[in-house]
Design a protein around this ligand. Structure first.
Ligand SMILES: [Ca+2]
Ligand SMILES: [Ca+2]
Ligand SMILES: [Ca+2]
Length: 208
């Protein structure tokens, strides 16, 4: 009997996991590893998915200025022109619940201690500033938010002025959509819902 119970628990658990996966869709994902043929370089502008504006960023790793080996390529948001850039991309979203995650690390240099903060934003629905100490390793930030109306929004990593050419490091940007926001009830559903409320009220009033 216990085995049967355990089996059902397992079945329900698997169903639950499948249901979770079925409701999560990857909208955007980038680990930067294939940029520039997999080779790091300074003041990089050839991103497959991103635009650099208001300054510069470097793509480092894979043995090139590879401060945190094992992460393939990643972005130094303060490039090599003493003017940190804004890394941004346009993403189209439909109404729903979203999880945004990305990895941030410190500049990995005592020469880069000044001005290490980045404003991360996605359209009007998400905005937050992050700072990092010099030798903070990569750690994953995950945030969730709700999009109420479908739109094309800008996902931006806007480093502060920079100026010392060693900025916050960025890797593994990911946006997932989870369970959609509940649809606005249709008239019939609202009618039924209303009838249910009336029924419940009557039941209380007349104790039926
Ligand atoms: Ca990477
Ligand atoms: Ca740099
Ligand atoms: Ca810096």
């Amino acid at each position: 009997m216990k085995k049967i119970t355990k089996l059902w628990v397992l079945v329900f658990t698997i169903c639950g996991l499948m249901a979770t996966q079925a409701h999560a869709t990857i909208i955007f994902m980038d680990n930067f590893d294939t940029e520039n043929g997999g080779v790091g370089t300074v003041n990089y502008v050839g991103f497959a998915n991103w635009t650099v504006s208001n300054g510069t960023v470097d793509i480092i790793g894979n043995g090139f200025a590879d401060a945190l080996p094992g992460n393939g390529l990643y972005v130094d948001l303060d490039g090599s022109t003493s003017n940190a850039g804004i890394l941004s991309t346009q993403i189209t979203v439909t109404p729903g619940e979203y999880w945004l995650s990305f990895d941030l690390a410190g500049s990995q240099s005592t020469f880069g201690s000044a001005n290490n903060s980045v404003d991360v934003s996605f359209g009007m629905v998400f905005s937050e500033s992050f700072t990092a100490a010099d030798f903070d390793p990569f750690s994953t930030v995950q945030r969730s938010f709700t999009v109420l109306a479908g739109n094309t929004a800008t996902l931006a990593f806007d480093h502060d002025a920079g100026g010392d050419n060693f900025g916050i490091l960025l890797d593994n940007v990911r946006l997932e959509q989870h369970d959609p926001v509940s649809a606005v009830p249709e008239p019939m559903s609202m009618l039924l819902f209303g009838a249910g409320l009336v029924g419940a009220a009557l039941k209380r009033k007349f104790n039926v």
